[in-house]
Write a protein that binds this ligand. Structure first.
Ligand code: NAP
Length: 339
């Protein structure tokens, strides 16, 4: 029988790819957006053949309105929506409150609808921060909030902890697990870019004059979506309570620049060529929260292993170099970067 999934945040980079792969796999999909009038036409244009296999509902993380309707008739939930801004907000609560409240709201309404599988889009942000000196991480690690971390990192850690605490207390009939992606790259479907893709766009479009001494673990958006689908379709015993870091490999920004130069030389013209000295980042620290965040990342290696999903779900990751090249080509196809 055809199963129905609710995907929260259908306008987003990851949410959109999860919808695409669920439709491809034969699911019916409900999705929530903040503004149906604005977003439904764009979603219908992306999946013109979906017809009544795709239903769009209006719901905000901060209000109960619309959640019962969105969940009605669903068998599974992928809770993807959460604020992921490019700049650091003044107050952590701007991110922490919607992330936590939205997650608890999604769980509560899922119980009422009688679903059997709940997949939370958490993050490596809930795994790999606040542990100075450690550079390799896996599904058993948790970010230490007592160390003081940036607001987005806090929001994702608090939201995943809140979900797991809620599941432990309420013992719902559904099976819960989380997908914890590192920095997500890969083809974009619109010019509304996720913060993670903005990093690469800025390297390629000349906005970053010097290469800072920082790096990130990378995973492809197609793999992140695939992991959501696998987590929704796998036997309950395989995924119950699990955390699945989604990660292909760690790259320094200098490595990313070299990959763009090698794989997509037609877009290499504006790439930075020189390194940004650490002292310069530190000097700029007092002037913005973004530089303070950058300074806190200098030289930090956070190599997150994605092997747990290989072992339990049979994942095979797209190589990071291919993700980067495909991202750049799709940014060009959207007219966002030019050669
Ligand atoms: P995105 O493109 O910015 O998508 C975020 C989604 O969340 C959008 O659909 C947005 O809706 C929705 N949202 C934000 N605040 C909301 C609110 N108050 N009420 C309802 N919806 C709200 O970012 P993304 O990269 O796809 O991220 C999706 C999820 O993956 C997030 O949970 C993020 O933390 C997680 N994640 C992302 C990465 C990454 O590198 N991209 C890595 C790890 C985890 P609007 O369109 O209305 O703003």
């Amino acid at each position: 029988m055809t199963r129905t999934a609710l995907v929260t945040g259908g306008t987003g980079y990851i949410g959109g790819e999860v919808i695409a792969q669920l439709l491809d796999a034969g699911w019916r999909v409900h999705t929530t957006v903040r503004n149906v009038a604005k977003s439904e036409p764009r979603l219908r244009a992306r999946w013109p053949d979906a017809g009544d296999r795709l239903s769009v509902f209006q719901a905000d993380l901060m209000s109960d309105d619309g959640w019962a309707e969105a969940n009605a008739g669903c068998d599974a939930v992928a809770h993807v929506a959460s604020p992921f801004p490019l700049s650091v907000p003044k107050h952590a609560d701007e991110l922490v409150i919607p992330a936590r409240e939205g997650t608890l709201r999604a769980l509560r309404f899922a119980v009422d609808a009688g679903i059997d599988r709940f997949v939370q889009t958490s993050s490596a942000a809930a795994i790999a921060y606040g542990q100075p000196g450690k550079d390799r991480f896996d599904h058993t690690d948790w970010t230490d909030l007592t160390a003081g971390v940036p607001p987005y990192i806090e929001s994702k850690t608090v939201a995943e902890r809140a979900a797991r605490d809620w599941v432990a207390v309420h013992k719902p009939d559904f099976t819960f697990c989380s997908i914890n992606p590192v920095v997500v790259m890969g083809p974009v479907a619109s010019d509304d870019l996720s913060t993670s893709v903005e990093i690469l766009k800025r390297l390629v479009d000349g906005s970053v004059p010097l290469i800072p001494n920082v790096g990130v673990s990378i995973v492809d958006v197609r793999d992140v979506a695939k992991m959501h689908v696998l987590a929704m379709e796998a036997p309950a015993a395989t995924v119950r309570g699990e955390r699945f870091p989604a990660s292909e490999s760690f790259l320094w920004f200098a490595d990313m620049v070299e990959i763009v130069r090698r794989e997509t030389p037609e877009f290499a013209g504006k790439l930075p060529t020189r390194r940004m000295p650490d002292w310069l980042v530190k000097l700029l620290r007092p002037f913005s929260a973004d530089f303070r965040q950058l300074a806190s990342e200098l030289g930090a290696k956070r190599d997150v292993s994605g092997k747990h999903a290989v072992d339990l779900l049979g994942m095979q990751y797209i190589p990071a170099a291919q993700s980067i090249a495909d991202t750049v080509r799709s940014l060009a196809a959207q007219g966002i970067v030019k050669n």
